[in-house]
Design a protein around this ligand. Structure first.
Ligand code: ADP
Ligand code: ADP
Length: 228
């Protein structure tokens, strides 16, 4: 599903954040991306949804070369990819329902389908009872569940998460991980950058470690491998 071939990313300030990356991620995999701060994890992930373009090398998403993808085709790509952030990025003036429905409205889903899909997805993340609330009325874990609902309401093939438990307490982090497990069990590929050692060492999946923009380790059912 995702293939990177000799990918380099150099930012305008001269920082090389991807330094010759080769990787292949198959449909249905669950992949943790680990490594120190500044290692290039976010850059690696951002290139998958064309938030950043590689300076050189090739990135294929289901056969489409993202480096050559026209900007006008990026929305098409994003239809197949859900993204979850550490800081949730919910729209503060919209209710829970509206935040999730918005993801379908922007892709021009037929209005008659929207309500059922939003409610089914909010049911999956156990938030059906809070549809009318605003993000500020929710706990961090609840906000992250809304953000996950928004990312999957369109049934994407891939969900990308950049430190989704980074702002959450341990109990809440485990709840959020259970949702990602459920999403993955249903066949969706999950790629997650994380610093959560306990989670990586307990819910075992493939681990890709990045340091200095290079993949230094790639193990099926790997360990976190760093202290803290
Ligand atoms: P990580 O997610 O592992 O912390 P990042 O991919 O965010 O790593 O960053 C890798 C390196 O690239 C760091 O040195 C960071 O400061 C730099 N970097 C990230 N984004 C940008 C940017 N937009 N412009 C310039 N440098 C950047
Ligand atoms: P993360 O913790 O995910 O690596 P950061 O806090 O490093 O995120 O970066 C936050 C945002 O700032 C990101 O969008 C990143 O691309 C950008 N960024 C990071 N480092 C730099 C930099 N040196 N110059 C410009 N933008 C940067």
């Amino acid at each position: 599903m995702i293939e990177m071939q000799d990918v380099y990313k150099r930012y305008p300030n001269g920082v090389t954040a991807a330094n010759g990356i080769d990787v292949h991620i198959k449909q249905g995999e669950f992949v943790y991306v680990v490594g120190p701060s500044g290692a290039g994890k976010s850059t690696f992930i951002k290139m998958m949804y064309r938030e950043e373009k590689p300076t050189s090398g090739k990135i294929f998403m289901n056969g489409v070369n993202l480096g050559e993808l026209k900007n006008s085709k990026v929305p098409n790509l994003r239809r197949d990819i859900g993204v979850v952030f550490q800081d949730f990025k919910l729209l503060p003036t919209l209710t829970v329902y509206e935040n999730v429905a918005f993801a379908l409205e922007v892709i021009e889903e037929q209005p008659k389908n929207i309500k059922k899909r939003v409610m089914d997805t909010l049911d999956l993340v156990n938030l059906k009872h809070k549809v009318r609330m605003l993000p500020t009325e929710l706990s961090g874990g609840e906000q992250q569940r809304v953000s996950i609902a928004r990312s999957i309401v369109n049934a994407p093939k891939l969900v990308i998460a950049d430190e989704p438990t980074g702002n959450l307490d341990p109990d809440t982090s485990w709840e959020i991980m259970n949702i990602f497990e459920e999403i993955n069990t249903r066949g969706t590929t999950v790629v997650m950058a994380t610093h959560n050692k306990d989670i990586v060492n307990t819910i075992k999946h493939r681990v890709i470690a990045i340091e200095g923009g290079k993949i230094v380790r790639d193990e099926q059912r790997g360990d976190y491998g760093y202290e803290v």
